[in-house]
Ligand binder design. Structure first.
Ligand SMILES: NC(=O)c1ccc[n+]([C@@H]2O[C@H](COP(=O)([O-])OP(=O)(O)OC[C@H]3O[C@@H](n4cnc5c(N)ncnc54)[C@H](O)[C@@H]3O)[C@@H](O)[C@H]2O)c1
Ligand SMILES: O=C(O)C(=O)C[C@@H](O)[C@H](O)[C@H](O)COP(=O)(O)O
Ligand SMILES: [Zn+2]
Length: 365
């Protein structure tokens, strides 16, 4: 049995040894931030939404006590924060306070905040240090790790961004205590994704512990966090810029992102990915690549977590339109991550959208 007070370090390998970084999972981690930032950093912009003000203040106090100048950019919540005008506001704060290349950005919040803050750090002076302090389950298991940063545009999700890995990630499990249950469960969609593409023990844990998965303080949730980060860390260490295997982390996302756009970002990312996972499993089954039991297991596990597993029949045209802007598409060719079996993701090229329509009929309501 793991000592609950001990922290776990999951290592991510960067393009060069200087770009290697640690993802630390544990409790009471915030005081480690000044030490992680290092001697050269003099100024820090802490970016967070109003909901995370108390944590943002605590982080700033730690930084100030360590002799750093700590400023705050309070940004709009959730997807409202992933907007060019919000990035421009942060650039303005950095500019007006003379942030140089040896200064840093710290993100405190869910995946929307780490995406936005990472993008700000990637673009300010063409790149300054960023440390992520994810506070949602989804942020911990996925968004804060791997260096994908970005914002949404009117045309779609994450269409503008950069690869800019963090200097470190502090996944402080204490943050989950204030996370609403719905946010915990939507984060579980990415955990389930990791279970299907790589680590089947994740799926077994969720099925065997229906109550503990809803308890953010449980050892089960901690194990799910650590296992999911390990899946992501292994993939992004091998393929940071998505020239190959990293595409597998996009399982469920082609339809998922189209649903988010169709819903004007009023659905949580994890909820949309949940439907996208069921769709991708149906597609995999329909083309004869996935067995019935594994395909059906998608719907069963996601539904057991209270996540949506179907979507509106009358939205197909809008969804197809949105899917054409998926980053995996090449010209007119749509490309999907599918499964050839548990832990065996692959790519399906779809030149004819009638196949997609047929698979969609299986999940449409
Ligand atoms: N860069 C990547 O690799 C990557 C991976 C997965 C998802 N994402 C992105 O992450 C975003 C989704 O992340 P999310 O689900 O964390 O959504 P989110 O950041 O919108 O947070 C969800 C809600 O939870 C609140 N919240 C967060 N932590 C809290 C806490 N500890 N206590 C109380 N409230 C808290 C937020 O204020 C928000 O209202 C999407 O934009 C998605 O595209 C990025
Ligand atoms: O890290 C990745 O790579 C992923 O695909 C993880 C996804 O969960 C995440 O939502 C990511 O932001 C999607 O990337 P995108 O390139 O499709 O915008
Ligand atoms: Zn995702």
């Amino acid at each position: 049995m793991q000592d609950p007070a001990a922290s776990t370090v999951i290592k991510v390998t960067g393009a060069s040894p200087a770009e290697n970084y640690d993802v630390v999972v544990g409790r009471g981690l915030l005081p480690r931030l000044p030490g992680i930032l290092g001697e050269r950093v003099r100024k820090v912009l802490v970016i967070h939404p109003r909901a995370l003000r108390a944590t943002g203040d605590a982080v700033r106090e730690d930084l100030a006590a360590a002799g750093l100048t700590a400023l705050t950019a309070e940004i709009p919540d959730a997807e409202e924060g992933k907007h060019i005008q919000v990035a421009a506001f942060c650039w303005q704060v950095l500019g007006q306070n003379d942030f140089t290349r040896s200064d840093a950005v710290v993100a405190v919040g869910g995946g929307a905040v780490t995406d936005l803050a990472g993008f700000v750090a990637a673009t300010w002076l063409r790149g300054v240090k960023v440390v992520h302090i994810p506070t949602s389950l989804l942020g911990m298991v996925d968004a804060a790790v791997g260096g994908k940063t970005g914002i949404n545009t009117a045309e779609g999700k994450n269409l503008v961004g950069a690869f800019h890995p963090p200097a470190a990630v502090l996944a402080d499990l204490d943050a989950l205590a204030t996370l609403p249950e719905n946010e915990l469960l939507t984060g579980m969609a990415e955990v389930v994704k990791c279970g299907f593409i790589k680590d089947g023990a994740i799926l077994d844990l969720i099925e065997a512990n229906p109550e503990a998965v809803r308890d953010p303080g449980s050892a089960v949730v901690r194990e799910l966090v650590e296992r999911s980060i390990a899946v992501k860390a292994e993939v992004v260490s091998a393929d940071l810029k998505e020239s190959g295997r990293r595409e597998f982390l996009n399982y469920g996302h082609t339809l998922g992102h189209a649903i988010e756009l169709a819903e004007r970002y009023q659905w949580r990312h994890g909820a949309a990915v949940s439907v996208g996972l069921v769709f991708a499993a149906e597609l995999s089954r329909m083309v004869g690549r996935l067995d019935d039991a594994t395909a059906d297991r998608h719907q069963a596990i996601l539904a057991s977590l209270g996540l949506p597993v179907s979507y509106r029949r009358d939205r197909w045209a809008a969804l197809l339109d949105g899917m054409k802007r998926d980053k995996k598409a090449r010209g007119d060719l749509l490309r999907f991550v599918v499964l050839d079996g548990p832990g065996r993701p692959g790519i399906l090229e779809v030149p004819d959208t009638s196949l997609l329509f047929a698979a969609y009929q299986e999940i449409a309501e």
